[in-house]
Write a protein that binds this ligand. Structure first.
Ligand code: FSX
Ligand code: SF4
Ligand code: F3S
Length: 379
């Protein structure tokens, strides 16, 4: 049996199991889509796009549709730690909700501090109840870094004064899967920037369970919903890269799919913001673009209903989906050049070297990425 047949069968079994569960909230997805003026045809187009985005053959499209429909059977608990809430904003902020936002709303969201009506004692009770009621079966999504200095007391949440560190340990225990949403939860983000007085860390550094890291400050709604869809569909984590990011989303460099790549190859660079090159859409490398060091699907998936992404808006990528980007990628408006960047390991350094030799860049990056990538799909 081929690899995809086995995966398809796994998906069918998983969906059949989930279909037996009675959803907590009872509005069917179809009805929710209609309420937002989204037609069945739009939904089917969305499922085909998600299938392709997840690097699955198009024959998986009906499975994606079914998984979306039964997403209300999978409890999701979403915690906020040290962060700006931009990750939630990325997902829900739209004047007309995208299909991704409607699907997210359809997932059985049991706890989310910025979206729920409850507050104070009631909110704490809701969390305790959800952790107990869905023990062993919920997806835990975490937004924000975990301060660890002074026993975690730089961050306390709620009226009982629990530290973020305690809450994460407690919530991780009963989770079926853990997703770090955004660079803060994945790698510490801006909170962990030097000198990092609160000793902020990513979730994966403070607990001993597998964590999927969705890098990006913020990550796109596509990468959040796609990851949740994958888990709902197959009941397991997708293949991950060396930083535990899903390969389907973070497998290629920003630079490889950038619409200005032809300009880079032709040596046509913006020399300073506002010059004629900037007006003509030249490459932003010399004004600091870190696309050659950064793995993410921003050029292909974009943000805000596929409207735009940083380079299209006229500023270079600042490497926001990479570990330690706040320090390692600075100055954001100057090229890294040959500077040795330890935190990005030799991969980035070799790519940096290759950039100066221009023609070697594509070959070098792919070869190095291939050597370091690890596949944990079945773990
Ligand atoms: Fe961090 Fe998300 Fe950046 Fe903000 O919360 S990844 S600071 S966009 O919101 O965690
Ligand atoms: Fe695009 Fe930046 Fe690469 Fe230039 S350096 S091609 S702007 S990603
Ligand atoms: Fe971040 Fe670069 Fe994408 S700055 S949003 S990874 S283009």
């Amino acid at each position: 049996m081929g690899q995809y047949d086995a995966l398809y069968n796994r998906g069918e079994k998983r969906i059949a199991e989930l279909q037996k569960i009675t959803p907590v909230k009872s509005t069917p997805l179809q009805q929710k889509l209609e309420q937002h003026g989204i037609s069945r045809r739009d939904f089917m187009t969305w499922t085909a796009k998600v299938t392709t985005m997840l690097s699955l053959p198009l024959s998986f499209s009906p499975l994606v549709a079914q998984a979306a429909e039964i997403a209300d059977r999978v409890p999701l608990i979403w915690l906020h730690m040290a962060e700006c809430t931009g990750c939630s904003e990325s997902l829900i902020r739209a004047d007309t909700p995208s299909i991704d936002a409607v699907i997210f709303d359809h997932i059985s969201l049991e706890y989310h501090e910025t979206l729920m009506a409850a507050s104070g004692w009631q909110a704490e009770e809701n969390l305790e109840h959800a952790l107990e009621a869905y023990k062993g079966g919920y997806v835990l999504a975490v937004e924000g870094a975990i301060p660890t200095a002074n026993n975690g007391h730089f961050l306390t949440v709620g009226c009982k004064g629990h530290t973020g560190l305690d809450i994460i340990h407690h919530a991780a225990e009963g989770a079926a899967a853990i997703v770090s949403v955004g660079t803060c939860a994945a790698f510490g983000g801006v909170q962990a920037a030097s000198p990092n007085p609160t000793e902020a860390k990513g979730v994966g550094e403070v607990i001993h369970k597998p964590v999927v890291n969705l890098g990006g400050c913020p990550p796109s709604e596509k990468n959040i919903v796609g990851t949740l869809m994958y888990f709902i569909m197959f009941g397991k984590l997708p293949a991950l890269d060396m930083y535990n990011r899903p390969k389907w989303a973070y497998g290629a460099r920003v630079h490889d799919n950038c619409e200005r790549r032809g300009r880079f190859d032709a040596g046509e660079f913006v020399e300073k913001f506002g010059d004629q090159g900037a007006k003509d859409g030249y490459c932003l490398y010399k004004v600091g673009c870190k696309g050659p060091y950064t793995y993410n699907n921003c050029p292909t998936e974009r943000f805000n209903h596929h409207t735009s992404w940083p380079v299209l808006a006229g500023h270079g990528c600042i490497g926001c989906s990479e570990p330690n980007f706040w320090d390692a990628m600075a100055d954001f408006e100057k090229p890294l050049g040959r500077r040795d960047i330890h935190s990005l390991d030799m991969t980035a350094d070799m790519i940096g070297t290759a950039i100066l030799g221009v023609t070697a860049v594509g070959i070098g990056a792919h070869a190095v990425a291939g050597v370091f990538a690890k596949d944990v799909e079945d773990k």
